[in-house]
Design a protein around this ligand. Structure first.
Ligand code: PEP
Ligand code: MN
Length: 338
């Protein structure tokens, strides 16, 4: 439910309403806007009619239901776009998030060379998997903690912020020590135990769309994280499975403006997994900017032929640098900066 306070309702009245929401067994989420204060009361849908009694409390203008099943990440309760702050950077505002790096961390040389190159090209974030969710149990599974240490070292050398994946709840305490943004991969989008754990950390989470997930499914997964208290969530469109087999996935760019309409969360695009083809990454990146994406995540490898994973979709550092330069023109049209 949304409890709308009267304009200029004194602080004490707002606090009384918050206390009463808690007494009724719901979690209060006050949003102090320029014009008015609204308080979301989030919890068990079954008993929500009890919250209607709040309408008679001093300072309350109205009480209304949140119609969509995603409460905290939608636009009904919180109309303003969420701007996620990441150590001197922001996502969801004017600044465009450019994440680049290899699919997997493979060696010190590989990650340092890539980090320096993508930093020079203009990326603010380095990606690289230390824990890899592979379709085959016999494929390379990642360097684990050694990989995380190399990412940290690359961050210290270049100043890049680290985006890396966590695949199981038990690894959250370890990954949170090294990452600036924790990535949830497509295969884990409905791992609700993992999502809940990530809702209790103090760092941003990048949630990728599952390969058979609808936009609403994605938002409901984001709601799992938000419901535990972490509202610093970045969504990522990375393509879905369709009958088309020419590309690895079908990159659903229409999801971008629709997510921006339905949700207050920022959304970025991963054209590398979205197409699986190096030659398509540039065009789809530009299209993503035009679609209103808040950022891009692009796989880059210094030697794609020898990559342990996803070589065919990885750009060479020079190709990435050329793309980043081109993108600046497109970003300018959209009023965005790198
Ligand atoms: C990745 O980003 O390397 C990855 C595994 O992506 P996805 O979860 O989208 O397949
Ligand atoms: Mn990959």
């Amino acid at each position: 439910m949304i409890i709308v306070m009267r304009d200029g309702a004194p602080k004490a009245e707002v606090e009384h309403v918050i206390d009463r929401i808690r007494e009724l067994g719901y979690t209060p989420h006050p949003i102090f806007g320029k014009q008015r204060t609204v308080i979301g009361a989030i919890g068990d849908e079954r008993g929500k009619f009890r919250l209607e009694s709040l309408a008679s409390m001093p300072g309350v203008e109205s009480v209304m239901p949140i119609l969509k099943p995603y409460k905290l990440v939608g636009r009904e309760l919180k109309r303003e776009s969420t701007v996620v702050a990441i150590d001197g950077h922001t996502v969801g505002g004017k600044e465009f998030m450019l994440v680049a790096g290899p699919c997997s961390v493979e060696s010190r040389e590989q990650i340092l060379a890539t980090a320096k190159a993508v930093r020079k090209a203009g990326a603010q974030y380095l990606r690289g998997g230390a824990f890899k969710p592979r379709s085959s149990p016999y494929s390379f599974q990642g360097m684990e903690e050694d990989g995380l240490k190399l990412l940290r070292e690359a961050s210290e050398v270049t100043g890049l912020k680290i985006v890396t994946e966590v695949i199981t709840p038990k690894d959250v305490p370890l990954v949170v020590e090294y990452a600036d943004v924790l990535q949830v991969g497509a295969r884990n989008m409905t791992n609700y135990a993992l999502l809940r754990d990530l809702g209790r950390i103090q760092k941003p989470v990048m949630l990728k769309r599952g390969m058979a997930a609808t936009i609403q499914d994605l938002l409901m997964s984001a709601e799992y994280i938000a419901s535990e208290g972490n509202l610093d969530i970045i969504l990522c469109e990375r393509g879905i499975r369709t009958f088309e087999t020419a590309t690895r996935n079908t990159l659903d760019l229409s999801a971008v403006p629709l997510i921006r309409e339905w949700s207050n969360l920022p959304v970025i695009v991963d054209p590398s997994h979205g197409t699986g083809m190096r030659g398509l990454v540039g065009r789809m990146s530009k299209a993503a900017v035009a679609a209103g994406a808040d950022g891009l995540m692009i796989e880059v490898h210094p030697n794609p032929e020898t990559a342990f994973s996803d070589g065919a979709q990885s750009l060479l550092p020079d190709e990435f640098a050329a793309l980043a330069k081109e993108l600046k023109k497109y970003l300018k049209l959209e009023g965005r900066t790198l």
